[in-house]
Design a protein around this ligand. Structure first.
Ligand code: HEC
Ligand code: HEC
Length: 358
């Protein structure tokens, strides 16, 4: 009897310590198998140019998988934030306004970024892979790096995924900086896969659908001198990737100084990166500071609100035909917006490969 009690006590004790044993053993449970990442073939849509991809962060199936998990996981932050907090799939991976240093910044969508030459509203960052490094700052994720290392090591999947993606079998054995870069590289591998190419407009370009008469009229306004949108928001990517001052302001303080804040060149005061208009219906409010709530507001700005005397205003904005505004009728404006809405790609925002992993 006594012996049985003893067994029972021993069994009970084992049950008690088992979870902590398991946890300890788990931290470095990386399989001893060769490191053989599988190249990921980016699906370049028909009609798109070939993107320029960096050699230092080749796309792999394993890297994309790790990046997708991290994109949706608050494990990296000390405050519950994750990339998806500000980059919401349902809004083409954008989300309203973020207030930084007392100023409103409109969160841009994450779509077709493999084709962008530089990033953020003033083009602050040259390599997409380095954008998330900025998220480790106190204004964003503010992680304690020792805690982060511990969390990753204790996680049931991350140790294996870091090994499969980057040949790192112990995230505690690399420097904190190296870890930040691995995390950023993985997340950006996932971000590069976020391709939007199946809007009604895309299907129209491929002659698979026709536009309504209203949309067609808006298309003509967009692509002719009448509206003149295509010079800056043209090509299949719906952006020329240029920096322009469209005459939003006449006084430039704080972030409204735009690209000048990066280059220090006075000719860049008031210039901003011309964004792609893909999924524009989903990404309100508009402009770098989100000053316009609706597409009606934006179109009315181009129609009648441009400050022609703005410093460094783009010559495209001051063509002789535009000196009294675009003079669009109520119908013209409605049709232009109907066209802009053909740029919405619902298969992009609902693509199961882009949503949180199970
Ligand atoms: C708290 C909100 C917030 C979080 C969290 C956040 N972002 Fe952003 N993101 C922004 C804002 C705001 C900008 C625009 C910054 C600017 O242009 O000055 C931006 C810009 C970007 C851009 C540039 C897009 C372009 O078109 O140039 C990329 C890429 C990006 N974020 C990816 C990420 C990734 C990946 C994460 C997670 C590691 C992340 N963001 C987390 C708010 C956020
Ligand atoms: C000279 C170049 C230029 C022309 C022409 C131009 N745009 Fe823009 N557009 C820009 C730039 C640059 C921005 C970003 C400005 C900012 O945020 O300060 C922008 C922003 C926008 C935005 C907001 C995008 C966002 O993500 O917030 C919309 C919508 C837009 N333009 C639509 C149009 C339409 C419609 C036309 C034609 C009537 C047009 N644009 C003509 C350069 C141009």
């Amino acid at each position: 009897m006594k012996k049985e009690l003893c067994y029972l006590a021993a069994a009970f004790f084992l049950v008690l310590i088992y979870p902590s044993c398991k946890k300890d053993n788990k931290t470095n449970e990386v399989p001893v198998v060769p490191y053989t990442p599988t190249p990921y073939q980016l699906k370049v849509p028909a009609g798109f140019p070939q993107p320029v991809l960096p050699d230092f962060n080749p796309l792999t199936e394993e890297g994309v998988r790790l990046g997708r998990m991290l994109f949706y996981d608050s494990i990296v932050s000390s405050n519950g934030l994750r990339c998806a907090s500000c980059h919401d799939a349902q809004k083409a991976f954008s989300k309203g306004i973020f207030v930084l240093g007392g100023e409103n910044i409109s969160v841009p969508p994450l779509e077709n970024l493999a084709w962008n030459p530089d990033f953020e509203w003033f083009g602050q960052v040259n390599a997409l892979d380095h954008v998330p490094i900025g998220d480790f700052t106190p204004d964003f994720f503010n992680p304690n790096m020792d805690t982060l290392v511990r969390r990753i090591k204790n996680h049931p999947q991350y140790p294996t995924l870091f090994y499969q993606a980057f040949n790192v079998s112990d995230v505690g054995a690399i420097t904190h900086d190296e870890l930040k870069y691995k995390i950023s590289y993985a997340i950006i591998q996932f971000v590069r896969t976020l391709i939007s190419s199946n809007s009604k407009y895309d299907r129209f370009v491929k002659h698979q659908v026709i536009l309504t008469p209203e949309e067609m009229d808006g298309y003509i306004t967009y692509y002719t001198e009448k509206g003149d949108c295509f010079h800056c928001h043209g090509s299949i990517l719906l952006t020329s990737n240029t920096y322009n001052n469209t005459g939003l302001d006449t006084v430039f303080t704080g972030q409204n100084q735009g690209r000048y804040l990066v280059t220090g060149n006075p000719n860049d005061i008031g210039r901003f990166s011309a964004p792609s208009l893909r999924n524009i219906e989903l990404t309100a409010p508009y402009m770098h500071d989100g000053r316009f709530q609706t597409l009606d507001d934006v179109v009315e700005f181009y129609n009648s609100g441009v400050h022609l005397n703005s410093l460094n205003i783009d010559p495209l904005m001051t063509k002789p035909a535009k000196l009294n505004g675009l003079q669009l009728t109520v119908q013209d404006k409605a049709n232009l917006i109907a066209f802009l809405k053909t740029l919405t790609d619902t298969s992009f925002i609902n693509n199961p490969d882009f949503l949180p992993p199970h």
